[in-house]
Ligand binder design. Structure first.
Ligand code: SF4
Ligand code: SF4
Length: 396
């Protein structure tokens, strides 16, 4: 393993400084300065780690602002391995700003998170906590987290938490639940298992574990490795030959941390293997939001569009336009709430008017953040996972 400094220098030196990535970078679009662009960040990471530039908090803030959307990596002609560079940089120089550690720890502990959310629901915290939290400073992570409460999906009790199996399965897949998604989107997890079973696969659910993305993105390499080890063990025990996730935000970390394991986006998998699925018509307009990781990492934007196109009479409008991120970006919405709100406003401003009453998005972070933003604008738009809608329309 090379020295982190040499590793970062090697990755950074691949950049030919052409600037082709700049128009695709949401933070460059927001600030219009080089230090908030991929090319600027690559140069900063190199010089901050080789000692030729003092790694001041101000300088490092530009790297901390990166959304990890990977739009730059997708369009780079070299291609520069920007994701690897960012993870290596953050492991060498963890974020400069004070971090909401307790909150972030809670988010990566599915059981604790479930208990916390159950308590919040029982106490009807979505009614009284957000107005109370507005007394906190605008940059407060707690205030940002409280603002998400009204967008929480209703509690769903899974009918079949462990496996789904057709009579004669054509294969065995493991479905990774994830931490936040596992705690908040049981409905989407159940829907995914149902679609996979209908497509002929035996499904083993891997619940209660975290992929380690949040830890890796915030520079905690040892926590990320520990989570990867637990997950690799759970996958080995499952006896499946493929690991699937319905959350594109987890996909990159799963692939990076579990070499040797086939990891796929569930929508891409269903697009490829779900030829026997049939759907009932739905004469309705919906908006499809494509999370950055679905487009740039999973590269499954075409897959989800094709799956939805199989629902007869469904009218789908896609957003956001190129180079836009909703601002959720893992913990970014909690750590930089003011920047995140500016990014979200740009996406919500692109919505057609009158807005359709259903928004589909595959990342739980985007779902919560866009849902909260729509509520603040008094738009009565429901938000759900595309696979939830597809499972509901399954012709049995
Ligand atoms: S990251 Fe790639 S696209 Fe961006 S400036 Fe460097 S070489 Fe060009
Ligand atoms: S990952 Fe996204 S936000 Fe970060 S530099 Fe690349 S395009 Fe910009």
């Amino acid at each position: 393993m090379p020295e982190p400094r040499d590793h970062i220098a090697k990755l950074a030196d691949a950049c030919v400084k052409c600037g082709l990535c700049l128009p695709y970078c949401p933070t460059y679009a927001l600030d219009q300065i080089e230090t908030e662009s991929p090319r600027g960040r690559i140069a900063l990471a190199r010089h901050a780690t080789d000692g030729s530039l003092a790694p001041t908090a101000d300088l490092r803030a530009h790297l901390d602002h990166c959304l990890g959307c990977m739009a730059c990596e997708r369009v780079c002609p070299v291609p520069v391995q920007y994701g690897k560079l960012l993870t290596a940089y953050r492991a060498a120089l963890p974020p400069a700003h004070p971090r909401p550690r307790l909150l972030l720890r809670l988010l990566t502990q599915p059981r604790l998170l479930r208990i916390g959310l159950g308590t919040a629901r029982a106490a009807k915290a979505s009614h009284w906590l957000p107005p109370l939290a507005r007394l906190l400073p605008r940059h407060s992570a707690l205030r940002a987290a409280a603002a998400l409460l009204p967008a929480l999906p209703p509690a769903v009790h899974s009918g079949n938490a462990h496996t789904s199996s057709p009579a004669k399965p054509r294969g065995k897949v493991a479905l990774f639940g994830g931490c936040v998604q596992g705690a908040l989107e049981r409905e989407a997890q159940d829907a995914t298992a149902r679609l996979l079973a209908a497509a002929g696969f035996e499904v083993i659910r891997i619940d209660g574990l975290c992929c380690g993305a949040m830890a890796a993105h915030t520079g905690d390499a040892s926590a990320a490795e520990a989570k990867a080890r637990r997950l690799a063990q759970a996958f080995a025990t499952s006896g499946a030959d493929t690991l699937l996730t319905a959350t594109p935000g987890c996909l990159g970390t799963l692939r990076d941390n579990l070499p040797g394991i086939q990891v796929h986006d569930a929508m891409a998998f269903l697009d490829q293997h779900g030829d026997t699925l049939r759907f009932r018509p739905l004469p309705r307009k919906v908006m499809l939001h494509l999370p950055c990781t679905q487009v740039n990492v999973a590269r499954a934007d075409g897959a989800v569009r094709r799956l939805l196109a199989r629902i007869p009479e469904l009218d789908v409008t896609t957003l956001p336009p190129r180079g836009m991120c909703c601002g959720a970006a893992g913990s970014h919405m909690l750590e930089f709430p003011e920047r995140a709100a500016s990014l979200r406003a740009r996406v919500l401003d692109t919505m057609p008017q009158p807005a359709p009453d259903l928004l589909l998005t595959a990342n739980i972070g985007c779902r919560l953040y866009l849902g909260a933003g729509l509520r603040e604008r008094s738009d009565a738009v429901a938000v759900e996972h595309p696979l939830t809608l597809l499972a509901r329309q399954l012709a049995t």
